[in-house]
Design a protein. Structure first.
Length: 303
């Protein structure tokens, strides 16, 4: 989606047009009366949303399509998709001038975690398989995998499919969501702060696209916890965009400036320092085939 499409959907959500056309109104006039926008605005917005595939015209009225479900239906994160989270992120981009002055982004909206989980659940399957393959490459004889900050479990399910015992740890709000739709998956769920403590006894500590959301001190703590989570000989595999190596990594850093208190995109040297500080050996960075991401690898010594 280009910026115009995203801004249009954001404005439709902010003015109540999305909820109006989903639940109460079908024609442009009804939407205008329900939301207080002008009739011109209602007509143009509904026509554009139909052109984008979020609405379809049925007679004189507009109705939501399956693509629009995530904008107003939140019961199943698997049907939300990435657009609602991108709209939440746009809120914070628009507030970036103030964030630059204060150092703190706006408070998260009520549906932030649900929309975030929906976006993470929509990760491309090819990317999931490629990242898991990188982890399996490090310990093909592994039995137990710890998925750190695993979100809605896309990577955890792929590890399970390949025969591993998997524990997923994430924030309590995310784990609460996971319990509703991972109940039939043999994935152990643990609620907690990954920078505070992690379960132990694993062969692989896997962490995808989490490091950039944390500050340097938080990443140091996370790597120390990952080291403690591993049995001797275990491997830590962190997947992220490395500044200076992945296209768009610097812009990802700017995105984290808008979205988080401390996040950024980090260099190979910074990751190397954190892994070494935690006690890992055999530090290595490899491009993940078919993606714009890198696998950052370290091994816990056997002795």
């Amino acid at each position: 989606m280009d910026y115009r499409e995203l801004c249009l959907l954001w404005a439709a959500r902010e003015t109540g047009i999305v909820d109006a056309v989903a639940f109460d109104a079908g024609t442009p006039d009804e939407v205008a009366d329900e939301t207080g926008v002008t009739r011109r605005a209602a007509r143009i917005t509904l026509e554009a949303m139909a052109e984008l595939g979020f609405l379809e015209r049925v007679g004189d009225e507009y109705e939501p399509t399956n693509r629009a479900l995530g904008l107003f239906a939140k019961a199943d994160v698997r049907s939300i998709g990435s657009v609602p989270h991108r709209l939440d992120c746009l809120d914070r981009w628009l507030a970036l001038p103030e964030t630059m002055r204060t150092g703190s982004p706006p408070a998260t909206p009520d549906e932030w975690t649900t929309n975030f989980a929906g976006a993470m659940a929509a990760v491309d399957e090819t990317t999931v398989r490629a990242c898991v393959t990188e982890a399996v490459h490090e310990r093909p004889d592994a039995e137990r995998v710890l998925d750190i900050g695993g979100g809605p479990g896309a990577f955890a399910k792929e590890f399970v499919r390949r025969g591993f015992e998997v524990t997923l740890v994430d924030r309590p709000a995310v784990v609460d969501i996971d319990r509703r739709f991972l109940e039939r998956e043999p994935v152990e769920l643990v609620a907690g702060d990954i920078t505070d403590d992690l379960p132990t006894g694993f062969d692989v500590a896997f962490c995808s696209r989490v490091a950039h959301s944390l500050g340097p001190d938080e990443n140091r703590a996370l790597l120390r916890n990952a080291f403690a989570a591993l049995d001797p000989g275990g491997a830590a595999v962190f997947v992220d965009r490395i500044r200076g190596r992945a296209d768009g990594a610097a812009l990802m850093g700017a995105h984290m400036l808008a979205q988080t208190e401390n996040g950024d995109a980090y260099t190979a040297e910074q990751f190397s320092d954190w892994f070494e500080d935690a006690g890992f050996e055999g530090f290595e960075i490899r491009d993940v085939p078919g993606t714009n991401q890198q696998a950052v690898v370290g091994r816990r010594p056997r002795n």
